[in-house]
Write a protein of this length. Structure first.
Ligand code: XMP
Length: 507
């Protein structure tokens, strides 16, 4: 299906390239990412987007395209940042290279509010990240927008070829999505993106890739691994799903996970390993060391139970994947410490034995895929929960008693959010332990007890996050319940830190 009228996004190495694909999908069109080397074989695209990139067009061996081939495609073209500068050169203009990279917000002032800028405000914020600027324009080139200083930031060649200096795909470009949509309106009969089609394609890919082999996957009860397991089951391949209980789960979570999978008809094997984890973590306070212990032990326990599976499937999502090379197709996944199952995983990756069917997707797309697989609403809408579990919410030493406090407080907080209809309005919420004993009064006695910190954030992809202005009623009710019902706590705090500079988790 891809060879017909899809949007071809050509990667020049920008960290945002995948985001362009995602935005096009968000606008309802089918997009496909191509490495630069594949430029000659884009099939039959309906529109082409040339991404930004870290290089300067003036560098020797700067990434280049066959301009004749581009014209042969005879479809609308949008060059973003590097893509625009390259088009400018190709059409006969000139680029001024600079060592200094302009990074951050700028004001977009369209010359007219039609075509690419139809419906766009007279002035709106856009996000810049570039080093080259336009010096000379080709003869038939028009400037269609400038920044607040009058510098050209958008060019048009002919009827359907555009360049923009800024990144419309990032949310900091406030009207970027509309600009992308306006561009796509210049194309003829683009193929629509439907999650159903995408799912069908994923299922085919999985069947083809796996064949008669056996796949093993780890499940945690979280959205990603659940969607992965159900997807694998749906594909009909031979699979095993393993759930390692490391003892760092939330209140009643193990039973909940087992029930959920039973409801979905997926068999899971539980490996009970709490004691092994707790004994290795005893007395350890350094956060990275804790993650390392959990990560290594997790893989050890997981691997012991895997036996001799041929392929390992992981629910890696796009934000987990940090592009190492400029070519997104040869991406090397560097997953958070916990997931970075070092040697064994790398070895398997090199042998092509790791399957990551969700690696192109963002969280909300995974949720949509989950819904289309028939996974129930409450499972699909679950907040993300980190692999190392409550360990990243328990600074300092991890003890059974500290975990009890976090579990109880978390359960109280989450149930209040659910009762008041706030659970689904936030990206993630939890209680963390503040391992400092401060003074309080209980009865007639002075008490020295721990504090807990409640955190609720909104986020689009966990890369940045903002704290949520929860109604005081909820905070008051939660705090009241915690202080009354959870022994060992005499203070409840609400975390009002954005990410960055804070992170979502506590360590
Ligand atoms: P931070 O704390 O880095 O979290 O702002 C961003 C998102 O990632 C989750 N997180 C993890 N997930 N293993 C995981 O699987 C980890 O080690 C880990 N650390 C953080 C976190 O819950 C949030 O959704």
């Amino acid at each position: 299906m891809e060879e017909n009228r899809h949007v071809a996004v050509v990667d020049f190495g920008s960290q945002y390239t995948q985001l362009i694909v995602r935005r096009v999908r968000e606008l309802g069109f089918f997009a496909k990412l191509y490495a630069l080397e594949e430029f000659g074989e884009l099939g039959k695209p309906g529109a082409i987007i040339l991404s930004g990139g870290p290089r300067s067009t003036s560098e020797e061996d700067a990434p280049d395209i066959d301009f004749g081939r581009l014209q042969d495609y005879a479809v609308p073209v949008l060059g973003i940042c590097y893509g625009m500068q390259l088009l400018n050169i190709k059409f006969g203009g000139n680029v001024e290279a600079s060592d200094h990279r302009e990074y951050g917000p700028a004001v977009l002032v369209p010359e007219s509010r039609e075509g690419l800028f139809e419906g766009i405000s007279q002035e709106s914020q856009v996000w810049m990240s570039h080093s080259d600027t336009v010096r000379e324009l080709a003869e038939d080139c028009r400037v269609i927008a400038r920044n607040q200083h009058g510098t050209p930031v958008s060019l048009q060649w002919g009827e359907r070829c555009f360049g923009i200096q800024f990144h419309p795909e990032v949310t900091h470009s406030h009207e970027g999505l509309r600009i992308l949509d306006n561009f796509l309106q210049h194309a003829d009969s683009l193929q629509e993106f439907r999650i159903e089609d995408f799912k069908r394609e994923l299922l085919e890919e999985i069947r083809e890739r796996v064949g008669e082999k056996q796949v093993v996957c780890g499940v945690s009860g979280g959205v990603d691994s659940t969607v992965l397991a159900v997807l694998l089951k749906e594909s009909g391949i031979r699979m095993r799903a393993i759930f390692v209980d490391h003892g760092l789960l939330r209140k009643d979570e193990g039973d909940e996970v087992r029930n959920n999978f039973r409801r979905m008809g997926v068999d899971i094997e539980t490996v009970e390993a709490s004691e092994r984890f707790m004994s290795k973590l005893a007395g350890v306070t350094d956060p990275e060391r804790k993650r390392e212990i959990i990560g290594n032990l997790f893989i050890e326990v997981f691997w012991d139970s895997v036996g001799d599976a041929d392929i390992l499937a992981q629910g890696t999502l796009y934000p987990d994947v940090i592009e190492s090379a400029s070519n997104a197709k040869t991406k090397a996944s560097k997953i958070k410490t916990h997931h970075n199952r070092v040697d064994r995983i790398l070895e398997l990756q090199e042998q092509g034995k790791v399957l990551e069917p969700l690696a192109e997707l963002f969280k909300d797309e995974v949720r949509e895929l989950g819904r289309s697989l028939g996974i129930e609403h409450d499972i699909v809408q679950r907040h993300p929960f980190p692999g190392p579990g409550l360990a990243v919410r328990c600074p300092g030493e991890i003890t059974a008693d500290r975990l009890r406090i976090i579990r109880e407080c978390d359960a109280i907080f989450i149930s209040r959010l659910k009762n008041h209809g706030w659970y689904e309005k936030v990206w993630q919420a939890y209680a963390a332990l503040v391992p400092v004993k401060t003074v309080g009064v209980k009865g007639d006695e002075r008490s020295y007890e721990f504090a807990v910190s409640l955190r609720a954030v909104v986020s689009e992809d966990a890369m940045t996050a903002d704290w949520v202005e929860l109604p005081y009623d909820i905070l008051r009710e939660t705090s009241h319940r915690i202080l009354n019902d959870v022994p060992g706590v005499n203070r409840v705090l609400y975390d009002v830190s954005t990410k960055p500079p804070a992170s979502i988790e506590w360590e």
